[in-house]
Design a protein around this ligand. Structure first.
Ligand SMILES: [Zn+2]
Length: 115
């Protein structure tokens, strides 16, 4: 990684201008779930058919199961939509951090006492 971690997430996702615009104006809804952020595109008549789970890794929207993310250059609009909404990304990062801490705690208490 040549970019510093302080670079804005959007610089590291490298979306096309078209993707960036759509991520800004389409009516996305966000829901925090255990695996990341559920992104629903309410611009569609049936938003539940346009719902994708964006996973968060290293504090960045890491992957999305939508066809665009797989077949097109750069990040898809769902990942970009999360990245440009700092409060959503922050909430997802914090939730992930808490889960990591909880996982450590569980391991610590599960190990047998050294006697
Ligand atoms: Zn996507």
């Amino acid at each position: 990684m040549s970019l510093s971690p302080s670079a804005h997430p959007i610089e590291r996702l490298d979306p096309t201008q078209r993707t960036l615009r759509r991520a800004q104006y389409e009516a996305f809804e966000f829901e925090l779930v255990a695996q990341g952020v559920l992104v629903r595109n309410a611009s569609h008549a049936n938003p539940e058919d346009h719902e994708y789970l964006v996973t968060i890794e290293d504090g960045l929207p890491h992957s999305c199961p939508c066809p665009a993310d797989e077949h097109h250059q750069g990040a898809c609009k769902h990942r970009v939509a999360v990245a440009i909404r700092t409060s959503v990304l922050e909430a997802a990062r914090n939730a992930q951090r808490i889960r990591e801490l909880e996982a450590c705690g569980l391991q610590a208490t599960a190990s047998p006492p050294a006697s």
